[in-house]
Design a protein around this ligand. Structure first.
Ligand code: RIB
Length: 302
């Protein structure tokens, strides 16, 4: 069966260091016990989409090493027939998580920096309902995926200035406030000069939706919870958003496009999923399954 969502993105081995507080520049702090687990923005998003119940494939480059094996195991449920093995080592992320659950991340891309699109990958991208990408892989690969997609979601993380050529191919941009500012400056409504629709995530405060279809922003409040670790909350949000929109597009007729109301429903579901993910530690291990998302969604919204 063809995938409904294709994620073109990164996979990393996450080395997680719990600290009481983040070090200041030039300072050393001591951490608790380091853990090693599967992550990477692309892999986290692919797992979130698959666990939300939608057929998901990932175009990813892994090293021929322990890290690659760890990620192949963790991506259980994601179609890896488009994964490639690179001579470079699997990507690595060093993540510090403080007592409040906030994180700070440094990534060595390794194999992610070698990711290109094969003819088979381009075929799957062209057939998918939704293609989702981020910026831990080469810009040229993101651009090629965007150009071949029918509905392309770009999670522009980590923050970067983006070319007008790439933004012209984006159907939905998902960014946090820092990433929004890197693209459009301090006035987030300027995002709509570059893309037809955007979701700006606001951490625990939820998200706002901007679309050219409507005059004003739609605010979707966050779902309050006790935070253990925010790592992969944004990725869970993006993966579940993509999965929910893929289902919407699959049910739509050929001329229908995604409306503001479709986006509101999808962002609510993505918010609920992100609120569940911050209650667990780590990246992929904290990503919720569809039944948990549905149960919490019913408590919050129905
Ligand atoms: O967004 C969280 C992810 O960012 C981590 O899993 C890490 O690998 C980096 O890609």
């Amino acid at each position: 069966m063809e995938p409904e969502v294709v994620v073109v993105g990164s996979a990393n081995v996450d080395l997680v260091l719990p600290v009481h507080r983040m070090p200041r520049p030039g300072e050393t702090v001591l951490a608790g016990t380091m853990t090693r687990g599967p992550g990477g923005k692309g892999a986290n998003q692919a797992v979130a989409s698959a666990r939300a119940g939608v057929r998901t494939a990932m175009v990813v480059a892994l090293g021929n090493d322990d890290g690659g094996a760890l990620l192949r195991d963790a991506l259980d449920g994601v179609d890896l027939s488009l994964a490639t093995t690179s001579a470079a080592p699997t990507g690595t992320a060093i993540i510090t998580v403080d007592d409040s659950g906030e994180n700070s991340i440094v990534v060595a891309p390794g194999a992610n920096g070698e990711l290109t699109l094969s003819a088979d990958a381009l075929h799957a991208i062209g057939r998918a309902k939704v293609v989702l990408s981020q910026l831990e892989i080469p810009f040229g690969t993101v651009q090629a995926a965007a150009a071949a997609s029918t509905y392309f979601i770009l999670n522009a993380a980590p923050a970067a200035e983006l070319s007008d050529e790439l933004l012209a191919e984006v159907d939905l941009l998902v960014v946090n406030e820092t990433e929004a500012e890197a693209i459009a400056g301090p006035d987030r409504s300027s995002l709509l000069k570059k893309v037809p629709a955007a979701v700006v995530t606001l951490g625990g405060a939820g998200a706002v939706i901007l679309t050219r279809e409507l005059d004003s922003e739609i605010a979707v409040p966050g779902v309050p919870v006790e935070v253990v670790d925010t790592t992969a909350a944004g990725d869970t949000f993006c993966g579940v958003l993509a999965a929910t929109l893929a289902r919407t597009l699959a049910a739509a007729s050929a001329n229908d496009s995604v409306t503001g109301s479709d986006l509101t429903n999808a962002v609510r579901r993505a918010n609920v999923a992100a609120s569940l993910s911050v209650q667990g530690a780590g990246a992929i291990p904290s990503v919720p399954h569809g039944d948990a998302i549905d149960a919490r969604y019913a408590e919050v919204y129905l």
